[in-house]
Ligand binder design. Structure first.
Ligand SMILES: *[C@@H]1O[C@H](CO)[C@@H](O)[C@H](O)[C@H]1NC(C)=O
Length: 642
């Protein structure tokens, strides 16, 4: 083992603590349930979602369906299915959990129970076939635990449970087969060896396709049910339940589901990026600091010579420098109000809000407050944070606008909580229309929409107003140097300092810092894998902030040296450009990993990607702006201006 191998290993063992940490907290609603032998254990069904198609491991659809969508004709419980109550985050993230007709009794094996017989009409058969070919999978929950399939990771040789199982499969000879028999394997654990306190600690379902001629007997000698093209077809649904004792304790029952794909590669990438980034930042910063020190010393020397008026010109000539060069020249313009101050201040306020929200959410997750057993807690906490942090957004927006002596302060107060959330909400609503049209369960119900509007108008907007009020009441931030009456001429810039190339260069680096993590996040969003590597995410977020801030500062320095004082929008758009790169990355992902058939799928994919990229644009843009703002204040404070 070389040293090279040791570092990731140490880090890996450090990370290994996190899932255990996660299970150390029990939040309300995720307390363990103990069952006596023979007690009914609930099996609930969630929406049917597309996953990677088995034929080419690409995603073929982004539309999910209710389990009881009429075209599937799945067996319903007596008296009809009922919704199981869920959190707001859970609903927004597409969970639609309902009761089911499966009768599971703790520790009682059942072989071959009949569910119901379904007659599929011709249209229904085509619908089912299409869904099977697209790789749709069922998502069941037994005692809150997802029913998974046991999968062996070829790379590490470990087995893990991947949530969900396929609706059917394609057979080379027989055609498209529908899974109509479910073998449910439930693992249970005895609390303190007490045979009357049993807990569910693992669920695996092995689906299969069986063509029954007479009464269903669930034997292995049946061939699969191939779905026909014409006429109607009868399908009998059956299931068996097997209970198995397991040494896994309840507290660690999620560990098997939280499988890290390629942890080593993941760490290598992260450590490599981190080292490169840190070296880059340190080098650049040390050069910058040295240059600045030299500049400041020179400016102040020139100043003292001028003040004393001791044969100044000759001393200057000896020095070999001219006064009229460098960033000092623009001191009378650098704090000039940028173009469209209202828009920029509103975007910056929202950026601060998103920045703090992301940081807090990741921190919460890292501390284990958002365990996966608490479904949708990530979504719920994100919304909660965003709502409460409206106050911070309003404050930041107002403070910034006031420092630019903005006059439309009423507009600023109104637009801060309305503009960006309004764009997000209306695009969300627009995309939802597509899902409604497709009768997808992913469509957010109308009542949930009303709840969101309620939260927005009743909590978020007043909080933002309060923040703005406080921001406008506080003293304006005074710039360290006075701004001249007449704006300076800006000399023509070098090619790479022109707006477009500089913005493209600056945005690339923060994007590079999060690129690896982005891949895992995207596959968790689109392939419904559980994402829980918040340790990685936390590091990446920190890395990205550092990169965005330092690169933007560097660009601002060069810009000011080139006597261009329009640094405000430039630093905002420059750092924000990493959002643009994220959008490009999403498009690349669309080409390589996704193969969407219809227009609706593509509109939905691009729509959601654009929405996320836009929010990311605002977030990183604000990091860039505030870093530059700090830098500019810092350097102009340290020189003497007569
Ligand atoms: C249920 O069946 C499985 C597999 O045949 C067996 O290992 C297990 O002991 C049985 N459980 C009970 C409670 O009978």
């Amino acid at each position: 083992m070389q040293l090279k191998d040791l570092a990731p290993r140490a880090l890996l063992s450090l990370l290994a603590i996190t899932p255990h940490l996660a299970s150390a907290f029990y939040l309300p609603g995720v307390a363990p349930t103990s069952y006596k032998p023979g007690d009914k254990v609930p099996l609930n069904v969630n929406s049917i979602k597309p996953v990677a198609s088995p034929s080419d491991s690409r995603l073929h659809s982004v539309v999910s369906y209710d389990y009881y969508h009429p075209a599937f004709q799945f067996c319903k419980p007596e008296g009809g299915p009922e919704y199981v109550s869920e959190s707001l985050g859970s609903i927004l993230f597409g969970d639609r959990i309902m009761t089911s007709p499966f009768d599971l009794r703790m520790a009682q094996n059942e072989t071959c129970k009949s569910l119901c017989t379904v007659e599929y009409p011709e249209k229904g058969l085509q619908f089912m076939k299409k869904r099977i070919m697209q790789g749709y999978s069922m998502n069941w929950l037994v005692d809150g635990l997802p029913a998974g399939q046991q999968i062996v990771d070829q790379l590490t040789g470990t087995t893990f449970y991947s949530p969900g199982f396929l609706l059917g499969q394609r057979d080379k000879d027989a055609g498209v087969l529908l899974n109509n028999h479910y073998e449910i394997w439930v693992e249970y654990h005895l609390v303190n060896k007490d045979p009357n306190q049993l807990r569910v600690v693992g669920v695996v379902v092995q689906p299969s396709s069986k063509k029954y001629d007479g009464e269903p007997d669930c034997k292995d000698n049946h061939g699969g049910i191939a779905l026909g093209d014409t006429g109607s077809q009868e399908v009998k649904f059956t299931y068996s339940v097997y209970w198995r004792k397991s040494p896994t304790a309840w507290a660690t029952r999620w560990d098997k589901y939280l499988h890290v794909f390629d942890p080593k590669i993941h760490w290598f990438w992260l450590v490599d990026t981190a080292i490169i980034v840190v070296i880059l930042i340190l080098t650049v910063m040390s050069i910058l600091v040295r240059a600045l020190k030299r500049d400041i010393a020179r400016y102040n020397r020139l100043d003292s010579i001028n003040l004393d008026d001791l044969n100044g010109t000759s001393a200057l000539e000896e020095d070999g420098v001219q006064e009229d060069s460098g960033w000092k020249l623009v001191h009378g313009d650098v704090f000039r109000t940028p173009a469209r101050p209202l828009l920029l201040s509103v975007l910056l306020g929202n950026g601060v809000q998103l920045f703090v929200m992301t940081g807090c959410t990741i921190l919460f997750a890292l501390l284990g407050f958002l365990s996966p057993s608490n479904r949708g807690s990530l979504g719920t906490i994100t919304i909660l944070m965003y709502t409460l942090l409206s106050f911070v957004g309003g404050y930041a927006s107002a403070r910034t606008y006031k420092s630019w002596q903005g006059e439309q302060w009423k507009m600023n107060i109104a637009l801060t909580p309305l503009l960006v959330p309004g764009i997000v909400f209306s695009s969300f609503f627009f995309l939802d229309l597509f899902l409604w049209a497709k009768q997808s369960s992913g469509a957010v119900p109308f009542t949930t929409m009303l709840v969101i509007i309620g939260i927005w108008f009743v909590i978020s907007i007043p909080l933002s107003f309060a923040g703005s009020w406080l921001g406008f009441r506080g003293p304006a931030i005074e710039p360290p140097v006075r701004t001249n009456q007449i704006p300076r001429q800006i000399p023509p810039a070098q090619s790479w300092l022109k707006p477009v190339p500089s913005v493209l260069i600056v945005g690339l680096l923060p994007f590079g810092a999060i690129f690896v993590e982005l891949y895992f996040i995207m596959s968790s969003i689109w392939f419904s894998r559980i994402y829980y590597m918040f340790g990685f995410l936390f590091l990446c977020y920190g890395l990205m902030i550092a990169v965005a801030a330092s690169v933007t500062i560097l660009m601002t320095y060069f810009l000011l040296c080139a006597e261009n004082y329009h640094w405000q929008w430039r630093s905002f758009i420059g750092a924000g450009m990493s959002g643009g790169y994220i959008f490009l990355n999403c498009l690349l992902y669309l080409i390589t990993k996704v193969k969407l058939g219809g227009l609706a799928g593509i509109v939905l994919y691009i729509g959601y990607s654009a929405l996320i990229s836009m929010l990311f644009f605002i977030l990183t843009g604000s990091i860039g702006y505030f870093a530059s703002w700090w830098f500019v204040h810092r350097i102009y404070r340290s020189i003497k201006i007569d």
